[in-house]
Design a protein around this ligand. Structure first.
Ligand code: FAD
Length: 430
């Protein structure tokens, strides 16, 4: 970390590795605060980056959390989503959060804690409606005609972000503010002077970028550059799939709330440009320990989903929109996040090193923080330390933790017997 007496001057060179949700937001907040020498290196040749967890049609924006600390932060983020840069990408369709009749007790408890975190806050007065029957669901989503023996609530102060579009807007805002973003620049290694002072990074093409401060924002790939993160951050993947709707079908679903049965999965209003309906199954995430380093890391092939998740997706559709339950799924892929045992983010300097910081541990709940997370990173850099204990570097341990809000158990891809790919459909048609 910088010496406590050092003040960061606005011309200091800052290198951010990774142009995903955390890296972009960090670049934006630094540039907005007047830092004039901010450079970002991103592996992907195109933007939004192919491997970024944020590069998605849509993400849920909601303030309820099991932990009131994050509920408070999410409320701050929701306000920022209404600011001019972000507002075009925020759609306040509401959020239907329920459990099916088959949900495990753990899932019911998690939903109740989420509700507790918001129901007494003034921002939610008149915004929350209990759901105890199919009729209650049809009042907020009349087009749903499945059996839906669900219980939960509807929160009208929530919705979703057009995620990839919002990232593109932040990218443009960064470049307009003078940030240099190099795409197709995969970082191979960090460089050090005097053994411990981080001096920048070298890309796989051999180009060296030097900087006074380097920030690692590599999402699930962080362990490949900073293996010492391995005991506190475990990369896990989640499946995503889509159904291509016709214009007429999409029009019928226009304005539906983000619909989440905690034990089955969630889906969104169809994308307004492409008419794609995005669906994610409920599950506890997949690791990939089949790597040369022995760490769980994203693999090159992400264009598939496990067969059991496809079944869960079809169950969710049978419950809500049965006419779509047997339709072909397309753009099936897995999306990688960096999980911590306690779902806390890690925003801190790297112990034993100088001028090297990390922003990681998104734990699959950080896209909503896109408008504000970079401010927290900037504060840490300027203060020379992380004052919030929750987000400090923790050594962690190797124990597998049962994350309270996840349904089921994490599985390694080596134990997945059957997968589904879009090309299976193509082959079937030939
Ligand atoms: C299926 C799914 C659904 C989700 N839904 C929600 C939701 O509804 N609401 C919500 O708030 N959050 C959601 N999330 C979580 C959210 O997407 C993540 O928390 C967030 O995007 C993580 O940001 P990040 O910057 O840490 O990682 P990323 O966005 O993945 O960014 C990491 C970047 O580093 C780059 N990179 C990797 N290696 C290198 C290298 N060697 N050199 C240079 N660059 C490199 C990658 O290309 C990538 O651009 C979801 C995640 C998934 C997977």
């Amino acid at each position: 970390m910088p010496l406590a007496t050092e003040v960061m001057d606005k011309q200091t060179s800052i290198l951010i590795l990774g142009a995903g949700t955390f890296g972009l937001s960090t670049a934006y907040h630094l540039a907005k605060a007047g830092y004039t020498n901010v450079t970002v290196l991103e592996k992907s040749p195109t933007f939004p980056p192919e491997l970024s967890a944020g590069n998605d049609l849509n993400k849920i924006l909601r303030a309820e959390y099991e932990d009131p600390f994050y509920a408070e932060l999410a409320l701050e983020a929701m306000a920022a989503w209404k600011s001019p840069l972000f507002a075009p990408y925020y759609h306040e369709t509401g959020y239907l959060l329920c459990n099916s009749s088959a949900a495990p007790e753990k899932s019911k408890k998690s939903l109740q804690k989420s509700l507790n975190s918001i129901q007494n806050r003034p921002a939610f007065r008149g915004k929350i409606t209990p759901v105890i029957s199919r009729e209650d669901i049809r009042r907020v989503a009349p087009v749903f005609d499945g059996p839906m023996q669900w219980k939960g609530y509807f929160n009208s102060f929530a919705g979703y972000a057009s995620a990839a579009d919002a990232m593109t807007a932040v990218y443009s805002a960064c470049t307009a503010l003078g940030v240099t973003i190099h795409l197709d620049s995969a970082v191979k290694t960090l460089t050090y002077s005097k053994g411990e002072v981080c001096a920048g990074a070298v890309t796989t093409s051999g180009k060296h970028y030097s900087a006074s401060t380097t920030i690692l924002a590599l999402g699930a790939s962080l362990g490949s550059i900073l293996p010492q993160i391995k005991r506190q951050v475990i990369p896990r993947a989640s499946p995503v799939a889509h159904i291509q709707l016709t214009t007429e079908e999409a029009a019928k679903l226009r304005g539906i709330p983000v619909t989440y049965a905690r034990d089955l999965g969630f889906f969104f209003e169809p994308d307004r440009r492409t008419n794609l309906l995005k669906i994610c199954p409920a599950m506890a995430g997949y690791t990939n320990y089949n790597t040369s380093s022995g760490l769980s890391l994203p693999a090159e092939d992400n264009a598939f989903i496990p067969a059991r998740d496809e079944k869960t997706i079809r169950r969710l559709l049978r419950e809500t929109l049965p006419a779509l339950a047997d339709r072909p799924l397309i753009d099936r892929h897995i999306c990688w996040c960096a999980d911590t045992a306690d779902s806390e983010y890690v925003i801190d300097f790297v112990p034993g090193k100088k001028r090297l910081a990390v922003v990681t541990g998104d734990s699959a709940h950080a896209f909503k923080m896109l408008p504000i997370v970079g401010k927290w990173v900037k504060d840490v850099l300027e203060k020379g330390q992380q004052e919030n204990k929750r987000w400090r570097w923790k050594e962690g341990n190797d124990a597998e933790v049962d994350v309270s809000w996840r349904v089921g158990k994490s599985t390694d891809f080596r134990d997945v017997k059957e997968i589904r790919r879009d090309s299976d459909v193509v082959r079937a048609k030939l």
